[in-house]
Write a protein that binds this ligand. Structure first.
Ligand code: GPP
Ligand code: MG
Length: 291
């Protein structure tokens, strides 16, 4: 079994936010970036994720113990607070250390990055922790994840500062909301049993998955505008995103059988990880003027 800290921090699950961050980094990169800014930004990102996931493990301990291992990065019944390997006090202390590290390192990247990390830290807190605990409120769950995914994309962009355009940022928010929907639907049975009113429980899996269509329509519209008015880089990016998002929306809707969505987590995690690597490499190519 993985170490107790690995099961507390859940780095594999960070991949869902690593992708918008890396796309932002790649798209925003310029040869003016100082390398320590990149290094510090990734420390801030990882610490934000650690902070958010520890709070989530704390707040979900009575729910996670019923998890059957399906459709997630790990069987949550083995997360370290449920198993008692890490005490709640120690977890709380760790989460505040990570909060501090995220804010500290963000300060050295740039002001926009710093403000955005502060905001996503707050979002990570109100998503899981009472009294707000927005993850258990219909729409609240989608809003938090869309905000966190969209803002971490902008934080990534801000490292180099190129392509900070409203339409691109709006597209990133729409895309995050599209890809977040299937992840709430795969949690449907587990959340319903635990009595958590997520958007999937409130609206039904079918209706929620259906909402991916108008959102994908909107993304296609944004993609076409970028294709028409954007530079070469944006044109390629819009084509890639459209090629990836449209089939994903169709597959997610087709794979719903009854109330269960048959999508293995690796269908999200593996392409997200590969794409993240590609965008980080792309960022470095731009930084070092390789082509
Ligand atoms: C886990 O949520 C997800 C996070 C803690 C990510 C942080 C969220 C932000 C909005 C910053 P979950 O409890 O819904 O999923 P799981 O059942 O996988 O723990
Ligand atoms: Mg949880």
């Amino acid at each position: 079994m993985k170490s107790k800290y690995f099961r507390l921090l859940r780095p594999v699950a960070w991949i869902t936010f690593l992708l918008p961050f890396s796309i932002g980094f790649g798209l925003g990169a310029t040869s003016d970036i100082i390398l320590f800014q990149i290094f510090f930004s990734f420390i801030a990102f990882s610490s934000w994720m650690s902070f958010s996931f520890i709070l989530n493990a704390l707040a979900d301990k009575n729910v996670d113990k019923f998890h059957d291992g399906r459709s997630k990065d790990m069987n949550l019944a083995y997360q370290s607070i449920v198993t008692g390997e890490i005490s709640e006090n120690k977890a709380l202390l760790l989460s505040f250390i990570f909060l501090f590290i995220s804010i500290f390192f963000a300060w050295f990247v740039n002001t926009i990055f710093f403000v955005l990390i502060l905001i996503v830290d707050v979002v990570g807190y109100i998503y899981s922790m009472p009294p707000m605990r927005l993850k258990a409120k219909p729409i609240g769950d989608i809003l938090c994840n869309t905000t966190a995914g969209g803002l971490i994309f902008v934080a990534g962009l801000s490292i180099g500062g190129e392509n900070m355009q409203p339409l691109i940022i709006f597209g990133a928010f729409v895309m995050t909301s599209i890809f977040y929907i299937p992840t709430i639907v795969t949690d449907y049975e587990f959340d319903k049993k635990a009595g958590i009113k997520t958007s999937a429980v409130y609206f039904s899996p079918k209706k929620l998955l259906w909402a991916m269509y108008p959102l994908t329509g909107l993304l296609i519209f944004i993609g076409i505008i970028l294709l028409l008015i954007g530079n070469f880089e944006l044109k390629i990016l819009s084509i890639l995103i459209l090629i990836y998002t449209l089939p994903s929306t169709l597959v997610a809707n087709i794979r719903l059988k009854g109330e269960r969505l048959f999508v293995h987590e690796n269908w999200i995690l593996v392409p997200f990880l590969l794409l993240s690597f590609l965008f980080v490499i792309y960022g470095f190519i731009k930084i070092f003027n390789v082509i």
